[in-house]
Design a protein around this ligand. Sequence first.
Ligand SMILES: N[C@@H](CCC(=O)N[C@@H](CS)C(=O)NCC(=O)O)C(=O)O
Length: 389
Amino acid sequence: MTHNKRLLWRALAVLFAVTLIAASCGDDGDDVDSTAAPAETAEPAADDADEPDAPATTAADVIEDTQDGDLLDTIISRGRLNCGVSGAAVAFSETQPDGSQTGFDADYCRAVAAAILGDADAVEFTPLTAAERFTAVQTGAVDVLMRNTTWTQGRDTEVGMDFGPTTYYDGQQLMARAGDGFSGSSQVSDIGGAVVCTNAGTTTEQNIADAAAAAGVDITLNTFEDFDIVTTNFIQGACDIVTTDGSALVGRKANQQPDGEEWVIFPPTPISKEPLGPTYGQNESRFADVVNWTVYATILADEKGITSANVDDMAANPPDAEAGRLLGGEGELQSAMGLAPDAFWQVIRQVGNYDEIYSRHLNKVGLTREGSANAGWLDGGLIYAPPAR
Ligand SMILES: N[C@@H](CCC(=O)N[C@@H](CS)C(=O)NCC(=O)O)C(=O)O
C-alpha cells in the first residue's frame, strides 16, 4: 500500500472512529451540567449502550491498514509513553491539583514506561472519559489505556482493541442510601421504579438494563458524561441509585459519603464480570508483549517476594533461575523483546511488584486482596502469570 493510500485510510479510520463515538454517546456531553440534566434519559433498551450495532465496515478493519511503523519503536524514539487514564477513578487514577496522576492504573502506566524507557516518569497522562477512550487509541492520541476498562468480546473484535492481562477483577454493583430502605443484601429485584444513574460509553449501561429486565423491574436509566457528575447527582437526590464497577463505588463511598448518611453497596454478588486491565490497538504485537510482560513481571515478583526495597539484593542473589532471568541475569529474555536486559528490574525498583502497587492505592479505600479474586493464585485468587522462560 502506498504512503498516500495509508494516509487516506488513516483519515477514514479517524472519521469512522469519531462516528463510533457519536453513535455510542448520543447527545451527551455539551449540554450536561453538574446539577441535574442527564446526558440521556431512557427506559433501559436492549441495545443502546456501550458500543454501537456492528457496522458494515468496522474500526477493526481499517486500523490494521493505518498503522505505520512499530509502536514500540515509536515510543522509544519519542522517549515517552502516552497513557490514557480516567483521572476521576478513586484510587485507580486521580488527577491531582498539580496535574499529576496517582493510583493503581497510573502506576501501571509508570511500570510500562520504566520497562520501555528505564524511567517511570517518562509518561504523558491523558485523562479520558469512558466514551472518549477507544477513539484516543485508534487515532494514536494515546499508546495504551490504563482506564478501568473491561475486557469484552465486542471491544476485542469489532471495536478493534487488544487486551492485556487483567490487573483487577471487578464486578458491577449498585449503591443507594440506607435511608431509602436499601441494604448490602438488597437485590436488583428491589429497585423497581428507581432512577438509576451511570456514565455513558460503559459496559455498565447495558448490564443494568439487562439485569433489570431479567429481574422483571422497570427503572429509569439516566446516563451522564462522567462519574463525577453521576455522583454529584446522586448526592443531590436526582438519582436514587448509582451503578458502576464495585471498586469505584467503594472509592466514591470512602471519599464522598456525606456525614449522617449511609450509602450501601449491593447485591453481594455483582451483576456482571468486569475484568479490568491494559488495552491497546490491535496488531501491535511487540508493544503488546511488553505491556503484558510488564504486568506479569509485577505478578511474578510478588510471588517470589521481590519488592522495590530488596530488588537489588534479589538481582545479585536471585532466589531462583526465573527470578534471575526476570531481573536481567543469565538467560534473560528482555533483550529479545526490544528492551534493556534490566527492564523489569527497573519496573520493580521504580514502581514495585503487584502487591506493592495494589496495597499502596487500594487498601486505603478498603479494597483488600485477601479472599478476593485479586489474591494470588496460590492464595485462592486469579492473579497468575505464565512462566518467564
Ligand atoms: N469498567 C467499565 C466502566 C468504566 C468506567 O468508566 N467507569 C466509571 C465508573 S468506575 C468511571 O468513569 N470511572 C471513573 C470514576 O470512578 O469516576 C467499562 O470499561 O466500561
